[in-house]
Design a protein around this ligand. Structure first.
Ligand SMILES: *Cc1c(COP(=O)(O)O)cnc(C)c1O
Length: 404
């Protein structure tokens, strides 16, 4: 991390207190433009931000301001997107295992719907007239990083299997439903672009069976680096390969098509920094623990996915490097990082977790009755509070107290 960034974050931690999430909109914008640039040879390319990565309303508004659409997975995310000002037709709703009632609510709100289940497709076609949908296919490729985040494999609950294509076509012709898009999302952390391209090939094969498509949606799963020397999805190469193939398909298809992606992590992960204070340094027989004022209630990815988040002591950039195991204050094992080389940590120092923009605050909880952190957005370099720190009243706001 650059010294100027450390100084900036240190002064924010001092001013706003910790634990604190900080997001830099310039990083989001840069990622957004990088991805578009990689596909510059495709005439119609659109990005829909997968908002489950970070649903702060202001993050949604920022993405809207730079031209993004929105990918949503619950009716509440749809509602947040509308509140953020997205037009309904810029929102795609990709539910998995939700009730038909919830899908009907999305229809009433006028957003695009991506169906991932044959029985729902059939019901939709029978009950709802003149409302085109897209279909989420499962190409059965294993592109994702680990079994928890890879969703395209044979045992995955997501999508309709490509082997069921004949059945899909029958439902479409029986009900007269118009299919406007074909979709796949094979999971997070794609490194092998050839595998991704194989999936895309399968999707093109499906797409040519439908004669009135508007778009093909390749989902997301782009990997970002989490530590120095880490691999990331080579979007330049992907843009060249998939872009060429898409243009060729569009020509054969003989109709203008839009190429869609729905990145979450790629757009926001590296924009985020999670700042904590060190409460105590605890030397045991084998380990030096740095114990911080947070835990898996605020940042669960290390414990849930074994994710690596770089940890920097922003209060002591020039300190001697020593080894620490960084843990939280939750009454369960909540280890953020084991045996990390960090510049000497003193009690009261501020530590910074990187890659804290995606799936961090949005997966946070109130476990141990702890309050959720505040969130800051840097807009043109200037800090804005976009969520105040919780208070005890917030913990009680949904409780109904009865007399006992
Ligand atoms: C989560 C999700 C995404 C975003 O995945 P990332 O790995 O964060 O880019 C895209 N599409 C769908 C349908 C998703 O569920």
């Amino acid at each position: 991390m650059e010294l100027a960034r450390m100084q900036q974050l240190e002064s924010l931690a001092r001013e706003y207190g910790t634990p604190l999430y900080v997001y830099d909109s310039a990083v989001i914008e840069n990622q957004y433009n990088r991805l578009l640039e990689a596909f510059k040879d495709v005439k119609n390319i659109k990005l829909n931000y997968a908002c489950k990565a970070n649903t702060n309303l202001n993050i949604l508004k920022f993405l809207k301001s730079i031209g993004s659409g929105l990918d949503t997975v619950s009716i509440q995310e749809v509602q947040l997107g509308l509140l953020a000002g997205f037009e309904p037709e810029k929102i795609i709703y990709t539910p998995s295992g939700v009730s038909f009632d919830e899908i009907k609510q999305a229809v009433d709100l006028g957003v695009r719907i991506n169906i991932d289940n044959l029985s729902i497709l059939e019901l939709f076609g029978q009950e709802i007239k003149n409302y085109p949908v897209s279909i989420r296919m499962n190409p059965h490729i294993l592109a994702g990083g680990n079994s928890k985040i890879s969703v395209g494999h044979i045992d995955s609950k997501f999508g309709i299997s490509i082997y069921q294509l004949p059945h899909i076509l029958r439902v479409v012709s029986n009900t007269g439903i118009r299919i406007e898009g074909i979709h796949m999302h094979t999971g997070s952390d794609i490194l092998d672009i050839e595998v991704f391209l194989q999936g895309a090939e399968i999707l093109f094969n499906v797409a040519k069976e439908f004669h009135d498509l508007d778009y093909i949606d390749f989902g997301s799963g782009f990997k970002v680096p989490y530590k120095e020397g880490d691999n990331e999805t080579d979007i330049q190469y992907l843009g060249k390969k998939l872009g060429e193939r898409f243009n060729l398909f569009e020509k054969e298809y003989n109709k203008d098509l839009t190429l869609l992606f729905e990145p979450g992590k790629f757009l926001v992960s590296q924009s985020g920094f999670f700042l904590v204070s060190v409460n105590v340094i605890k030397q045991t027989t084998s380990t030096v623990f740095a114990e911080v004022d947070s835990g898996f209630n605020h940042l669960i990815r290390p414990m849930f996915y074994n994710a690596y988040h770089n940890i920097t002591n922003i209060s002591n950039p020039d300190g001697r490097l020593r080894f620490y195991t960084v843990v939280g204050y939750i009454c369960e094992t909540d280890t953020f990082g084991t045996n990390r080389k960090i510049s000497e940590i003193r009690e009261g120092d501020f530590l910074c977790f990187e890659n804290a923009g995606a799936y961090c605050f949005s997966m946070s909880s109130n476990y141990n009755s702890r309050l959720k952190p505040a969130e800051i957005l840097l807009l043109n370099g200037k800090p804005h509070i976009i969520r105040r720190r919780e208070r005890l009243e917030d913990l009680l706001s949904t409780t109904e107290e009865i007399s006992i």
